[in-house]
Structures are given as C-alpha cells and as structure tokens.
Design a protein around this ligand. Sequence first.
Ligand code: FEO
Ligand code: CA
Ligand code: CA
Ligand code: CA
Length: 642
Amino acid sequence: MSKDFYLMENSNRSSNLSIHDVSSPSRRQILRGGLGALASSFLAPLSAVGGAAALTGCASLGMAAAAKIGFKSVAISTADTITVPEGYSAHVIAPWGDPVGIAGQNYAFKDDASNTASEQEAQIGMHHDGMHYYPLEGSKRGLLAINHEYVDHGLLFTDGMANWSAEKVRKSQAAHGVSIIEVQDKGGKWEVVSASKYARRVTTNTRTELSGPVAGHALMKTAADPAGRVVMGTLNNCASGITPWGTYLTAEENFISYFNGGEKVSEHEKRWGLRKGGAGYRWHEHDARFDATQNPNEPNRFGWIVEIDPSNPSAAPMKRTAMGRGAHEGATVAVTKDKRAVVYMGEDARFEYIYKFVSRDAIKPGGAAANATLLDHGTLYVAKFNADGKGQWIALTHGQGPLTAANGFADQAEVLVKSRQASDVLGATKMDRPEWIAVDQQGWVYATLTNNSNRGGDMQPAVDAANPRASNTQGNIIRWKEDVDFNAVTFAWNHFIMAGDTTLARTEAKGSIKGDMFSCPDGLWVDGRGLMWIQCDMSTSAMGKGDLKNFGNNMMLAADVTTGEARRFLVGPAGCEITGVTETPDGKTMFLNVQHPGEPASEQNNPANPRAISNWPEQKPNGRPRSATVVVRKLDGGIIGT
Ligand code: FEO
Ligand code: CA
Ligand code: CA
Ligand code: CA
C-alpha cells in the first residue's frame, strides 16, 4: 500500500528551466580533511559504543585508492532465496517479530501473526530499511540500529484488516519506527543478544521531541501538545544516516500517507499530497491524531530527520527541524575542513528535490552530549543542476529572494515546514525521485534517482540535463563534487551510471552500465574501503514485465567508483527489495536488509494466502514472509567484496 505513495507527484508545475545538455565537470580539487580527520580527536562516546570504528560508512575522505571488486558475479534469479557469490555465506537474523532483546520482554514470534500490540512493542518491526552498525567490541559485538519503514496489514494480523480496532492500530504503529538491537559474533555466527541494556524500540508512540527553529511554532501546536514541542513517535522510517558524534539519523519518508484529509484540502496540504483516506492505513479511525480534519497541524509534525542516540536507550529521539521537512529518503553526513556537519537529503517523490544542510557550528569533541544541538542551527539549501554541468545550492533562508511573508512564508519556521513550496519558488531542479545519497573517498557525492515514468508526460515537467530520460523506467545515479569543500554553494556534476537493460530497443530504457545490468537503484553506500554498493528497488508491480522483464528479483551490486563497473553481488528472495547496508569496522561482516519479501501478495492484504509469492526466510508451511536482516560473510574470513 505504500507503493502508490512512492509514485506521488508534484501537481504543482513550477517555473523551473528545462535544460538538455550534459557535460562533464572539470576535475575538481580533491577535498582534504573531512570526516577521516575527525576520527581520532572528535569521536566521542559512541565512546562507549565504539570510537573511530563507528565511522565506517560515514563520508570519510581517507584519500586511499578505492577498493577493487574481487568476487564472481551472481546471475539474475527469480528464486525465493538469497543468492551470494561463490565463497560467501548468508544467514538471517532479526526478522520481523523476533524479540529485540529487552530483558523480561522476549516474546516469541507467532507464525499466525497473533502477537499482541504490547508484544510487537518489544519485537523487531516490519519492513526493515536503513541500518547502521555501532561497535561495542570492534567487529565482534555491536549495536544495529534498523529502520522499519511501513507494514502490510495482511501479514501483520491473522485476519488482515478485518475487525479493525484500536488494538490493531496500536500494533501497526508498534511495527513502525526503529529497532536498536545488540548483536554478537558467537563462534563464527552472528546472533541477537537476548537481554541487552541497549535493546530498544522506537515506534509511532514513543515520546519524541521537536528541536530547532520550528519547535514551539504555531504550525506545530495541537490539542494534545499545545506547546508544539513533543510528538508521539516517528513513522515511515526509510533510509538512515550516521553522525561523527555517534548518533543515528532516521528519515520520515512518506508520512502523509498515514493521514486522512477532508473532502477539501488546503493548498499547503495539497502540495504535500494529503488526501481523503490517505493510503489506506486506517489509523485515523481509532487514533484521531491521524485525522487531519480534526488535527490539521499533526502532519506538519512528521517528515523530519530524527536523531537517536543508540547508546542511550532513555534519550528521547529528536526531530531536527532546521534540516527541513520532506518525504525524506535519508540523511548522509559529510564534514567540512572546519569540522561542520553537512547533511545531504533527497526527497523521494516524483519531481521533488535534493537538499543539503550545513551546520552553523563545528563538531565538538565529546560525543552526542557535546553535539546535542549541532543540527539545530545552520542553513538548508536546495540543489539546482544547470545544463553546463555546474550547479548551485540555493539557501532556504527566510527574507532572501522570494521567501517572504508576501509569498506565504511568515518566518524561517514556515520556510522549513513548507520546504517544497520554498523550493518551487526558488526554481530548484525537480528530480526523478532522489533516494539514497553516498560520498566517496574523493569527495564525489552520489544520489540514486530511482525512476520516474511520468517525466516528460502530459502536463509533467520535461526532461532536463540532470533528468534526461522521458518515461524514466530504469533510474540513474547522478554525482557532483562541491567546489572547494562540502559547504560550497556551487558544484560540478555529471551522470555516473544510467541504469537499464542494455538489450532493450527503446533508447531511453537502455543503460550505460559497464558490467552487470540493473534497474531502479535505491540504496547506495560507499564502504570503508571505497567500494560502492547499489541496492535495487524495482517496483514489484512492474517487475518481470515491460522494461523490467529481464531483471528477475531485486538485487545488490558493487561498483568501482573509478571505472563505473558494476557487478551483481546478491539477489534477494521473491517480491522483495534490498535496502540498508552496513559493515563491521574490519569489513568482514556485512549486514543488509531484505524488505517486503512476498510483495505484492502481502500488499493486497490477503491474510488467506500470505505466502503466495514468498515464504522467505523460514519456508514454513504455516509461516509468512518476514522482512529480515541478512549477515553476509566470506567463507575464508576475508573482507567483503574485495
Ligand atoms: Fe523508502 Fe524511497 O524508499
Ligand atoms: Ca528507498
Ligand atoms: Ca524505492
Ligand atoms: Ca521500500
């Protein structure tokens, strides 16, 4: 049910330029410093949770030559299993419904999905997405923070959406959010620690604080929270990010789909996609918070980047409003030479934008406590990609340019709540669904543009240089390098890979891939050795047909950032998406997530036959498909991918 919200589009054609030429940027100055320089002196108490090793996966500019791909590629597959290269093993941990490991609350998963809402509040959530490993003892024991993006009610309940009740809504909310679990390598096999002092669930009912310029603003005030400072929980937690001070960033993506709108919606609500009934979650029937006709400001309290300290289970998650509101895919952190945090964010919806936030202050030594307000002060920018291979970051700053009261932006808080409207009037570039963003060791910043079949259609924005395909069924990876440093307001960009099936006749569906073909890139990460990992999310409603007929199940590939060569590393089970990836600091254990195995059967909420497409991972006759984390290792104990 969430899928149609990925396809939401901007009904509001703005006056963006249509641009057609693509040119390559000249080589830029290699960025120096960056996160790598912070490793020894600034990394604090993830302290307790792991020091410099916690940097794995953050934007680090180690200046080392990027790692080369060193495995034999796997074939395309439609099997209901995980396929990894020769010499590798894969096993499952932390499937939806297993206990997270809170002492005294280790409720076993019931195959018929009859666990209660209270039990689900102590169990792993559904539909895993972004994830990060935080070392406790290096590469042997650590914490995994795991996002749970959405749910399929046909899987979550024995009888699906029949007999809809407040208890069912509470269980649905409990299966969203984030899990913090402790994992350890026990004699060569990773497992979840069953009584961990760190184990935690953050759900759509966890007390969460608003911070930054929008906290306390009139647009945040509700009957339940007249001060406009406390929100109950988070939802649709898609991709993730990590900070150099050891915290976790989780992005609230398609939040509007949970809200019921009225017969008529305001221009503001329309721009954010509010509609009657939302996407059919039906929470509003038993929780008035999600009925925007009764609580019109509640949707304004979602769509934020939420910061969580995994080492402190009692700390409230913080919604960092200075970074703007959006259907955020993720939040990827880089660090400037003067040690300011730069956070890259894409908004995954058709014709939405790419943003970056630059903190006002430098990162301080002392971990999460010392940087508790770092993300509350700074400047938010939106990207404009010009046809000449250059680009600008345009500030979303109240009082500058058109961002004035006369144009509907009373103050900075209103600019941040209405970031889409602000980007429209600033003339930023409307992108083909920006998903994950990653930074390599040379300072290139990459964003997956997963697809946009509406591009160039009737009454839709035309192709432009950065989004050059009409009916973009295949997606692409764009990249840019900032002029001088990550806080620059100008950059140079080019296309890294145009995804697609090289055997297709239609020119715009053919890729420019060197190596193994793939489609619809979504998850993206550059590991500690500089190897890029690309995860695919072909829509299961389009999979195996049309332009996607030759790809089989969703997959993950490695790519060499210096040559652009892509090689298929893993194929997932039937009806899944592969999303979320992290490694131990030694690079010898990779964790990745399998999301929504069995879709679309599960999405049709068919409790009578939840295993029609997939019964992964357990293949139990009475079981049901379960999103889960997969642990990948090399049989010889070597480094993954190289
Ligand atoms: Fe949650 Fe855009 O993927
Ligand atoms: Ca995604
Ligand atoms: Ca996607
Ligand atoms: Ca997804």
